[in-house]
Ligand binder design. Sequence first.
Ligand code: CTP
Ligand code: MG
Length: 175
Amino acid sequence: MLPAYVPNPCAAVFGGGRPIDGGHTLGDGRRILGDGKTFRGLFAGITCGLIVGSLQVKLLSSGFDFFGIHLPSFGTGYAGSMKVIFTMAFGSLFGDMFMSFFKRRMGLKRGAPLPVVDQLDFVFGAWLLTYLSYPQWFASSFSFWIIITVLLITPLLHLATNIFGYIIGVKKEPW
Ligand code: CTP
Ligand code: MG
């Protein structure tokens, strides 16, 4: 999950500048996505996901294990692994953007909390894009119990990361 987890905090740290929606509003008078979704955040986030993923691939190829537990792989070969890592990273930020679109349609301002959705939109985005692109890798990597575990652990990780980001001044809201 790391290539899907890393892009969001990296977007928060490095994001800003030109919004992806170009400042445009829809017929409802509200922004398409809002100022919280920027090109810099998108590219920085994907880049961070790719860097972390490629470090994982390197570790894996050197036979690394985590206290005796073998880490799962991203598939066979470097290029193949990087494609999976890309769909996890891009899918994560795409899921986040997709839900911002609906948050604006619901009349929620940029940064307004939408519990559960804020904590899991990026997970579903990453899973959906990766499943559609690499169904075999997805099926062999995410068993039912791994999926349940990720769904339970991620909101806690998300909250802890965002509180930390708020304290160090990177996030405007602690959620
Ligand atoms: N960010 C960005 N570009 C992205 C995603 C995030 O620049 N594609 C940055 C923004 O500075 C954003 C911060 O990361 O404010 C936190 O992201 P998030 O919580 O997803 O955005 P919100 O500001 O809460 O906006 P929204 O209500 O649309 O979720
Ligand atoms: Mg938010």
